[in-house]
Design a protein around this ligand. Structure first.
Ligand SMILES: *[C@@H]1O[C@H](CO)[C@@H](O)[C@H](O)[C@H]1NC(C)=O
Ligand SMILES: *[C@@H]1O[C@H](CO)[C@@H](O)[C@H](O)[C@H]1NC(C)=O
Ligand SMILES: *[C@@H]1O[C@H](CO)[C@@H](O)[C@H](O)[C@H]1NC(C)=O
Ligand SMILES: [Zn+2]
Length: 449
């Protein structure tokens, strides 16, 4: 090697000239080097383009590209109301439900498959007492059967999931979701849609977790003992001004056990306080952007700005709701409009902090172009047309939710490893516990609740 190079080098007096053979070799060497560099550059550029649009593996046609992307990264929807549909339409008779054929609203197995769904949270919803003819009382103390009704919806979800073992796989962790998807199954998780379903009790929270529930929305369309709601299309007068004292404890206990804190439906005050207080990443299981369409149910920019991974930000994912009344003016909700919400949340909070929570089977109307679960690919095609990359779309479809869920699982493990004890706080207005008295000694253990 060194001798050859020496031969090519001119001598100090410049007399010696390299042989013809050596010159040819030098030229060849140079040409090869240039070719190598050009090839490397082309490869680099191609690898970028492949993840962007026309080149490489992704088809030119946006819908075909979307289908291809979703094949590898299927949709994990944060909120589907199938169990409530079974309650309302079938009186919870699971035997009467045939998910293999066309169901009355937006969800059945053929359409889930067509829509490239890899998982979803089955909402085990029981409505606010006052919206369903019960009065919980000003202090929420009157039993309203909401805990029973939640248990019934858990029962419905589990029975349906078990009825279709070739399609659904019950999932409890982010790893379970990935495993189900790898096996071609639809990962099935459960979420409780409102802390009014807890019967004011942290024990109920823990037992829901043990039954497999993996998120609790802090409020539905009513205030409860833990948190203020945002209302629906009209603002609600505040009650606690955000979280109650017990509400803060609820968030901490959710962090400890690994129950995701869901901030959909919450008042802005509740959301801000929960974001500041939580140790774990949070979700909005089904919420859109208020700057795009101004209704209380949508998330305002000053909350979106608090989400992220940097300093003073809380890790989270806002999963966009398709309900037409949250998307645009009456008659104007479209798949493009839903894409506007996705893009706005991505603009303010970042593309790593947006997901999908359709609310299918829980909404009356649907946007044009997003009529049921078979239509998710059209939303991805629209965003692909707008320049979203394959990896951004994979985050939107489910990757971002998985990351947030993993984060919450890690925090729960850390808190449990650190020996943080369960919270045994009792709702202060209850008088049915701690009333035992030892004769002559007054109340037993609990002096004052
Ligand atoms: C539930 O549905 C099945 C199938 O339609 C029917 O045979 C059965 O009688 C129903 N049960 C009740 C309690 O209504
Ligand atoms: C983050 O918040 C803390 C206190 O909440 C504050 O002291 C600090 O200045 C903030 N940092 C930035 C970059 O805003
Ligand atoms: C509905 O959409 C049409 C067409 O884009 C627009 O002209 C109209 O202003 C929209 N309606 C409202 C209430 O925003
Ligand atoms: Zn809802």
């Amino acid at each position: 090697m060194s001798t050859e190079r020496d031969r090519l080098l001119p001598t100090t007096n410049g007399e010696a000239s390299p042989s013809r053979e050596a010159r040819v070799r030098a030229v060849l060497h140079g040409v090869l080097t240039v070719l190598f560099a050009v090839g490397l550059g082309v490869l680099l550029i191609l690898s970028r383009i492949r993840d962007w649009r026309w080149g490489g593996e992704l088809p030119r046609d946006p819908l075909e590209a979307a289908l291809k992307i979703l094949e590898a990264s299927p949709v994990i929807d944060g909120h589907i109301d199938l169990p409530d549909l079974v309650r309302e339409f079938y009186a919870n008779n699971v035997s009467a439900v045939d998910l293999a054929s066309k169901m009355p609203q937006h969800v059945d197995i053929p359409r889930l498959r067509e829509g490239r769904v890899g998982g979803f949270f089955w909402s085990v919803y029981a409505g606010c007492p006052q919206h369903e003819g019960y009065d919980a009382g000003a202090d929420f103390l009157t039993a309203t059967w909401r805990v029973r009704d939640t248990l019934e919806q858990i029962d419905v979800a589990k029975a349906l999931i078990a009825s279709y073992p070739d399609t659904f796989q019950f999932a409890l962790t982010s790893q379970d979701i990935s495993n189900a998807i790898a096996r071609g199954k639809i990962a099935s998780l459960m979420g409780v849609e409102g802390a009014h379903q807890l019967g004011n009790s942290l024990s109920v929270l823990r037992q829901y977790y043990d039954l497999g529930v993996r998120y609790v929305t802090l409020a539905h369309m009513c205030h409860n003992a833990f948190a203020d709601s945002c209302g629906f299309l009209e603002w609600l007068e505040p009650l606690h001004g955000g979280l109650s004292e017990l509400g803060y404890t609820l968030v901490s206990e959710m962090n400890r056990i690994g129950m995701l804190v869901d901030l959909s439906h919450t008042a802005d005050t509740t959301a801000k306080q929960a974001l500041a207080h939580t140790k774990a990443p949070v979700i909005w299981s089904h919420s859109s952007a208020r700057a795009v369409w101004n209704v209380p149910r949508n998330v305002p920019d000053d909350v979106l700005e608090l989400i992220g991974m940097g300093e003073n930000k809380t890790e989270g994912v806002v999963m966009v709701n398709f309900a037409p009344e949250f998307v645009a003016a009456e008659g104007n909700a479209t798949v493009e409009g839903v894409a506007d919400h996705v893009e706005h949340i991505a603009k303010v909070a970042g593309k790593k902090h947006v997901g999908l929570g359709s609310d299918f089977d829980g909404i009356g109307g649907v946007p044009r172009g997003l009529e049921d679960v078979s239509k998710y690919p059209h939303l991805f095609a629209e965003l692909y047309k707008r320049g979203w990359s394959q990896s951004d779309l994979a985050g939107l479809s489910g990757g971002n939710l998985l990351r947030v869920m993993e984060g919450a699982e890690r925090v729960a493990q850390q808190l449990q490893d650190a020996g943080v004890p369960p919270a045994f706080d009792i709702y202060k207005k209850r008088r049915d516990v701690g009333q035992g008295r030892i004769p002559g000694k007054g109340r037993w253990l609990v002096e004052e609740l």
